[in-house]
Design a protein around this ligand. Structure first.
Ligand code: SAM
Ligand code: SF4
Length: 465
């Protein structure tokens, strides 16, 4: 059965037909929005209809519905992580990326295991608990064994007040056998972006290297799941082709995974193309996505796949990040650097970043800002460590039972941050945010959260349920 998936792909004809649908009628849109409130998700045809909404009043109704779905499923918690770029060596020629092989002016670097440990010590000393490991694709010097050694180093590096408890990875596609090896290294999520689902555009922007093979990349999430990696993350790189097409193709990709494995991706990322050194394409994206359309993308995804996490990186500025948090984003990176060795500002030798960041705030500042607007920053890694992944996670998420775990875990890990790492100002803001959030939770979850926070204040660490 699984072999079949290797031959499955996106049905472009079907997508183009859906995109030609007549301008949406307000009655039909309100019917879709009302259905989405039942939290069962939406079909591709619904997504196409919502994507065509332009009327500002209807758009606001759509945003309001997305905000309410987000609030019902995720409450106030917001997961935080930091990317860790370990190498910018790359053999591919992706025209939008600063790391592409042909960018001869880029300062290149592969971090040694000691340098990785140094970076991790800096991140843990700031309070991070979750890392997204990122690397270019270079089999000869940064192949799978290097990645596995890097993950091992990250987990083993412990500073006085903390350690990394979950390592997600964003690396080039592997074979099923190699994914099995990666799983043994205890990764959380395996993340891989298709960049563009539009085959012709894919061919035009990936001109050489292994990544030029569309199907090898498209089937990577399936191979990872086949190898037993339950949590996979997917997404397009918005700006390469029409976002409406990408959204519908993403829906098809999700449904193919659901059909095959009974569960879709754990997360969807929504990167927008950002300027990158040595890339004319990134400087002037062929299908630039406006801020309003970007908010539409997040809102539609929230309604279409309500239980799938949505990740936003520091590519976006603080203002856009705050607006989309309410609409559906459930995880954000904070205090990020996209150059290998970028957290260690004391060293002399530097490597160049992958792309420009839109949000330059440090972790503590991000935490203060999001807590001020009512969010509870979460460093929780409980599900992954208790084996609540893939289908097991969705079985708890869909009836809403997961909030009995996620909400208290967010509070206890935030309390840990406030005790060990926060500035005075952030601590004051954070304590108020915790009290407000616990009051707003279902009584049993609020009680559990307060008890767990008290344990942390008494000196216990890594408290989760
Ligand atoms: N090399 C691996 C790969 O391509 O899958 C993993 C690392 S690559 C640095 C991670 C992601 O960065 C890519 O999948 C792509 O979506 C994103 N990216 C590349 N260039 C970008 C740019 N100019 N702006 C925003 N994101 C970019
Ligand atoms: Fe290499 Fe990934 Fe950048 Fe492509 S996107 S050039 S594969 S690092």
């Amino acid at each position: 059965m699984r072999e079949n998936l290797q031959t499955k792909t996106i049905d472009e004809v079907k997508i183009n037909k859906l995109l030609c649908c007549p301008p949406p009628d307000p009655v039909q849109i309100r019917e879709i929005l009302s259905r989405s409130r039942e939290l069962h998700g939406l079909e591709s045809a619904d997504v196409a209809t919502l994507a065509a909404v332009k009327d500002p009043a209807l758009l606001e109704e759509m945003f309001e519905t997305a905000r309410s779905v987000k609030e019902r499923i995720y409450g106030k918690r917001l997961v935080l992580f930091a990317p860790l770029y370990i190498s910018n060596l790359c053999g591919n020629e992706c025209l939008y990326c600063g790391f592409r092989a042909g960018n001869k002016f880029l300062a290149r670097k592969k971090l040694s295991l000691q340098e990785i440990a140094d970076e991790v010590s800096i991140l843990t000393s700031k309070g991070h608990k979750r890392i997204l490991l990122v690397a270019g694709e270079n089999d000869s010097s940064t192949g799978l064994q290097y990645i596995i050694d890097a993950i091992d180093t990250i987990y083993k590096t412990r500073s006085q007040k903390g350690e990394i408890r979950r390592v997600n990875v964003n690396i080039a596609p592997l074979s099923v056998e190699q994914f099995r090896e990666l799983k043994k290294a205890k990764i959380g999520t395996y993340q891989v972006f298709q960049e563009t689902y539009h085959r012709q555009t894919y061919k035009t922007v990936h001109i050489s290297g292994k990544k030029a093979d569309y199907d090898w990349r498209f089937n990577a999430p399936a191979r990872a799941m086949q190898a037993g990696i339950d949590d996979v993350g997917i997404g397009p790189l918005f700006g390469l082709y029409d976002w409406r097409f990408e959204l519908l193709a993403l829906m098809q990709h999700i449904r193919l995974l659901e059909q095959e494995f009974g569960v879709g991706p754990h997360t969807i990322s929504v990167p927008r193309l950002e300027p990158a050194s040595g890339s004319d394409l990134a400087a002037d994206p062929p299908y630039r996505v406006s801020d309003t359309d970007f908010m539409k993308i997040v809102a539609i995804l929230r309604l279409a796949v309500p239980y799938t996490g949505i990740i936003m990186s520091t590519r976006e500025n603080a203002e856009m990040r705050n607006a989309t948090l309410a609409l559906g984003v459930s995880q954000i990176s904070a205090g990020s650097r996209t150059n290998p060795g970028g957290y260690n500002t004391c060293k002399t030798e530097t490597a160049d970043p992958q792309f420009s960041l839109g949000d330059h705030r440090e972790l503590d500042e991000v935490i203060a800002d999001i807590s001020k607007i009512g969010y509870i920053p979460s460093f929780c890694t409980g599900c992954y460590r208790l084996g609540r992944t893939g289908n097991d996670f969705m079985d708890l998420a869909k009836p809403g039972d997961i909030r009995m775990h996620c909400d208290p875990n967010a509070v206890s890990t935030f309390q840990e941050y406030l005790e060990d790492f926060a500035s005075e100002e952030t601590r004051t803001i954070g304590i108020k945010a915790i009290n407000d959030a616990c009051e707003a939770m279902a009584p049993s979850a609020g009680e559990r959260a307060l008890k767990m926070a008290a344990l942390v204040r008494e000196g216990k660490r890594d408290v989760y349920c």
